[in-house]
Design a binder for this molecule. Structure first.
Ligand code: PGA
Length: 247
């Protein structure tokens, strides 16, 4: 059975102090989340250390980051490397989120470099792919996400592919309240799974307006192994309810 993961992507929300408040409120609520559900929090860089302190070495909730650079160190003003994240106890890192692709010049090639670097640095990349509304309306969804997936994973060893997590996030569903139909999402995700050898056992998360009220419809599908959650991960009670509903 594949792992079931609920990852909260906080994006550019919460100061370190606010993040600590979240953790204090969230941890007592994790008792009602089934053991099967792996819970991941991805705070902004400036709040990672505070969240790590709040989590205090417990393993129920894992720490993730929202991006990283592919070099380990160097003259890259403003960037954060894999070893810097590992040092703080980070286990996961989102790579290729559509907001990075759209607003920060992320390309298939930088996604590939980051994915490989994360694996080399012992982090689990959550590799995000997804189509815009225009691509969807032109009937090219599968072609597009398969191309993104192949580009991101090109050149990786079998061992490395076995360690990744994929995320399918239709761009038009992110933050819009307009979630993708679970059956449709499942079909696309099956296509992603089949596009590269070794993805059969890799968790694939759905992202895009996931809520406590709809997560179970996704995880009930054959190729959906959890959620990558933005808005609904910002409130401790709301995110705990979502994680609890996933299994
Ligand atoms: P959303 O964001 O849940 O707010 O739609 C998902 C994401 O961007 O990862």
């Amino acid at each position: 059975m594949r792992r079931l993961i609920c990852a909260g992507n906080w994006k550019m929300h919460k100061t370190a102090r606010e993040a600590m408040g979240f953790v204090d409120a969230f941890l007592p609520l994790t008792g009602r989340i089934p053991d099967r559900v792996e819970v991941v929090l991805c705070p902004p860089f400036t709040a990672i250390a505070a969240v790590a302190r709040g989590l205090n070495n417990q393993t129920r909730v894992q720490l993730g980051a929202q991006d990283m650079h592919w070099e380990r160190s160097g003259a890259f003003t403003g960037a954060i490397s894999g070893p810097m994240l590992s040092d703080l106890g980070v286990k996961y890192v989102i790579v290729g989120h559509s907001e990075r692709r759209e607003y920060f010049g992320e390309t298939d090639e930088t996604v590939r470099l980051k994915t490989a670097a994360a694996l080399e640095d012992g982090l689990t990349p959550i590799v995000a792919v997804g189509e815009t509304l225009a691509t969807r309306e032109s009937g090219k969804t599968l072609e597009h996400v398969v191309a993104q997936t192949r580009a991101a994973l090109r050149g990786l060893s079998k061992d490395h592919i076995a360690r990744i997590v994929m995320a399918y996030e239709p761009v038009w569903a992110i933050g819009t309240g307009r979630n993708c139909d679970p059956v449709e999402a499942n079909a696309v995700m099956g296509g992603i799974r089949a596009s590269v050898e070794g993805l059969a056992d890799v968790p694939i998360l759905y992202g895009g307006s996931v809520k406590a009220e709809n997560i179970a419809e996704y995880t009930a599908q054959s190729d959906i192994d959890g959620g990558l959650v933005g808005g609904a991960s910002l409130d401790p009670a709301v995110f705990a309810a979502l994680c609890a509903a996933a299994s």
